[in-house]
Ligand binder design. Structure first.
Ligand SMILES: [Zn+2]
Length: 334
């Protein structure tokens, strides 16, 4: 395995100072199809800004194959069903959109790109709320059928003219990008953004400093791990920060010192004979796919919806920035 390291992409601390004491252990169960390509990795942690990344940096070919053919496979049918059923606003997406649109420059029509938007649930809500704007999605073509159902069109980031994009929106994508690509990508995004355009980036809150000299369970296809501090440092190299926050409930890591919340999921599999049997028969993922339908059609309790609004986005976790995800909003530096 090629474990070539680089300086911290956020604070640029020397690669020789990176902490490699986190023992990155493989999962017994990877949750996505073919996610095993992310096994046997090493974790590198920056002591200065608490950014972490894992190696080896898999090639674009390998990653493109994974995201096109495997990553969405388990959820593809349920995503198609969801796109077919009557349009429903997602409360969390709405909160993101309201927050972001308050900072858009004042004009009739905006050019908006949902980068790594997957099935396009948020993209289609942008289209509905801002009908005069040019809203597009950039992700792999595996989602084509769903985009068609939602009336969405792909436009890749590199096909935009320089200075064309008013809002670059990206939710839970940057953690899938190799650490050695963030700076190039951000300077490219900067080129494509209008003079007073904005960027919104949301990622999981992954402070792994507590796993130094301990076991840390493999994060699968997440290969870059941000903290509020490291994301702010990275983005502020290219854009003027408007707001950085950790949001939602505190991310639960196991207090036992090894692994994290996923370990508990793994334990459940071990303790549940039916799940164990399904796994052995190679049917666990099939069963999980069927369960997806159950989640779509199961009526949600009213209280659950309320809780979602309270905890998911507007609840800022000011104390020690411990919310389970991080949002950064920034404007192009002129
Ligand atoms: Zn750093």
């Amino acid at each position: 395995m090629n474990h070539i390291t680089i300086n911290c992409p956020c604070c640029n601390d020397d690669k020789n100072n990176l902490d490699s004491s986190i023992n990155y252990v493989n999962k017994k169960f990877f949750s996505e199809h073919r996610e095993e390509i992310f096994s046997d990795r090493k974790m590198h942690h920056c002591n200065k800004c608490n950014f972490s990344y894992s190696t080896p940096f898999l090639s674009d070919e390998i990653l493109d194959q994974f995201y096109l053919n495997d990553f969405s496979k388990r959820r593809m049918n349920s995503m198609l069903v969801q796109a077919k059923i009557k349009f429903k606003f997602s409360l969390v997406s709405l909160q993101r959109i309201f927050f972001v649109s308050a900072f858009l420059n004042k004009k009739e029509s905006h050019t908006i790109l949902d980068f790594g938007g997957g099935a396009g649930a948020t993209t289609s809500q942008f289209k509905n709320l801002l009908p005069n704007s040019n809203v597009n999605i950039d992700d792999n073509e595996g989602y084509n059928d769903i985009w068609k159902l939602r009336g969405l069109e792909k436009k890749s980031l590199n096909s935009y003219k320089d200075g064309e994009i008013d809002l670059f929106f990206s939710s839970h994508t940057f953690e899938h990008i190799n650490a050695n690509e963030h700076n190039n990508l951000l300077s490219f995004i900067k080129k494509k953004i209008s003079k007073d355009g904005i960027v919104y980036i949301e990622v999981p809150n992954d402070d792994f400093s507590k796993f130094k000299n301990k076991d840390k369970l493999n994060e699968g296809c997440h290969v870059s791990h941000f903290t509020t501090k490291s994301l702010e440092i990275l983005i502020s190299k290219y854009f003027d920060i408007i707001d950085v926050n950790s949001r939602g409930n505190e991310r639960l890591f196991s207090e036992k010192g090894n692994g994290n919340v996923y370990e508990n999921i793994q334990d459940t599999y071990n303790k549940n004979p039916l799940k164990k049997l399904l796994y052995k028969l190679g049917l666990l993922k099939v069963a999980q796919s069927i369960m997806q339908y159950y989640h779509i059609f199961l009526p949600k309790k009213k209280d659950e919806k309320k809780k979602l609004i309270e905890t998911m986005f507007f609840k800022k976790n000011i104390i020690a920035a411990k919310g389970s995800f991080i949002t950064v909003l920034a404007r192009n530096k002129i």
